[in-house]
Design a protein around this ligand. Structure first.
Ligand code: NCD
Length: 337
C-alpha cells in the first residue's frame, strides 16, 4: 500500500513488502524508542486518540509513539464521556475531530465501525481495534516481534509453525496476525481452541487458499510437538454471546507443562496482553515469567517503534527522520528491548 496519507483499517491492505518496509523504518526508530535519541520531526502535528473501549497499552503506546516524534496528543476515552452518548453519529464525530487533528487512532466496540470513521474523516484514521474484527497495529508489532526474535535465532519466518491458543473467535489480534502470517511462505498453523471459540472460517480459508497447512484442534494432543511460536490470548469475556466456557480447561492454560509439551528450546512465547489474572481464567501463567522464551514484554516495548514507523510513513517523514536525531539529555534509567 501507499502509506502516505492513507487510513490503516485492516491488515488486508498490507503486502509482504509493506511489512518489510515498516519493519525497516521501525528498526531505524529504535534509538528513539530506547531513549538514546530524540527527534521533533512531528513538531506541531496533533494525534486525536479516541478509545471508546477499554485499553491501557494500545492507547498509551500510540500516545507515547506520537509524543516521541515531537507531536501532541488529544485523547478521549469511553463512550459515556464522548458526545456519542448524546446520540452523535460516527460520521459527525469523525468529521468534527478530524478538523482538530492530523491523524486519528480509533478503538470502538463494533466490527467495521472504524471504517465508518474513515468515511467522513478529513485525515488518516488508524484502526486501534474494532470489536472482534481486527487490530492491525497489534499484528504489525507482533510480526515485528516474530521477525526480531527469529533473527536472533538465525531462522527465517517462512516455514514456521505457529500455534494459536485461546479465544480465537473473538480475539481480534489473532485474526489480524494470522492473516498477516499468510503472506509468508509454507506456514503451518495449529489452532487450539474449544469448538465454540474457534478461529473464524474466513481466516482459516484465507490461509488454506494461500497453500498453508491449518490444523484446528480442541484438546492438547497426546504426543508432544515442537512449534516455533506459541501465541496465546485471553477469553474476550466482554464479547461472549452466551458461549459456555466452563469447559475452558487446562488444555488451554499456557504454563510450564504446556510449553514443555508443545514447544522447544527456540520457541517464542507471545501474548497481546492483558493476561487475565482472575483465578481459574487459565490464561498465560506467571510460572513462565522468568523464561527467556517469553517475549511478552519485548512485544509491548516494540509497539513504540512500530507505531512510530506507521505515523512516519503515513505523515511522510520516514525518509528524513534519522537526520533529525539528537542525543537525549536526561538520565536514562533503563532501555527497553
Ligand atoms: C488486545 C485487544 O484489545 O484486542 N489487547 C491489546 O490491544 N494489546 C487483546 C485483548 O484485549 O485481549
Amino acid at each position: 500500500m501507499n502509506f502516505l496519507g492513507s487510513h490503516l483499517l485492516s491488515v488486508d491492505q498490507l503486502s509482504r513488502d509493506d511489512l518489510a518496509h515498516l519493519s525497516e523504518v521501525a528498526r531505524k526508530l529504535q534509538p528513539v524508542a530506547r531513549r538514546e535519541k530524540v527527534t521533533r520531526v512531528l513538531e506541531g502535528a496533533v494525534l486525536a486518540s479516541l478509545f471508546l473501549e477499554a485499553s491501557t497499552r494500545t492507547r498509551l503506546s500510540f500516545g507515547a509513539a506520537f509524543s516521541r516524534l515531537g507531536g501532541s496528543v488529544l485523547e478521549t476515552v469511553g463512550l459515556t464521556f464522548s458526545s456519542m452518548a448524546k446520540g452523535e453519529s460516527i460520521a459527525d464525530t469523525a468529521r468534527v475531530i478530524s478538523g482538530y487533528a492530523d491523524i486519528l487512532a480509533v478503538r470502538h466496540p463494533e466490527a467495521g465501525s472504524v471504517a465508518q470513521f474513515a468515511q467522513t474523516s478529513l485525515v488518516p484514521v488508524i484502526n486501534a481495534g474494532d470489536g472482534a474484527a481486527e487490530h492491525p497495529t497489534q499484528a504489525l508489532l507482533d510480526i515485528f516481534t516474530i521477525e526480531e526474535e527469529f533473527a536472533q535465532r538465525s531462522r527465517p519466518v517462512d516455514g514456521a509453525h505457529v500455534l494459536f491458543v485461546g479465544d480465537l473467535k473473538y480475539g481480534r489480534t489473532v485474526h489480524s496476525l494470522m492473516k498477516l502470517l499468510t503472506l509468508y511462505r509454507n506456514m503451518t498453523f495449529t489452532l487450539l481452541a474449544p469448538e465454540m471459540l474457534s478461529m473464524p472460517d474466513g481466516v482459516v480459508g484465507l490461509a488454506e487458499s494461500r497453500g498453508h497447512r491449518v490444523y484446528p484442534i480442541t484438546r492438547l494432543p497426546d504426543d508432544t510437538m515442537e512449534v516455533d511460536v506459541i501465541y496465546t490470548t485471553r477469553i474476550q469475556r466482554e464479547r461472549l454471546q452466551g458461549e459456555q466456557i466452563e469447559g475452558y480447561s487446562r488444555d488451554y492454560h499456557v504454563n510450564r507443562f504446556f510449553v514443555d509439551h508443545m514447544g522447544g528450546d527456540a520457541t517464542v512465547i507471545m501474548h497481546p496482553l492483558p493476561r487475565d489474572a482472575t483465578p481459574g481464567s487459565n490464561d498465560l501463567s506467571v510460572e513462565l515469567d522468568s523464561d527467556p522464551r517469553l517475549a511478552i514484554f519485548r512485544q509491548t516495548d516494540r509497539g513504540i517503534p512500530v507505531r512510530m514507523a506507521l505515523f512516519s510513513l503515513i505523515l511522510g517523514v520516514a525518509d528524513s527522520i534519522e537526520s533529525t536525531f539528537r542525543d537525549v539529555r536526561w538520565h536514562r534509567l533503563a532501555a527497553n528491548t
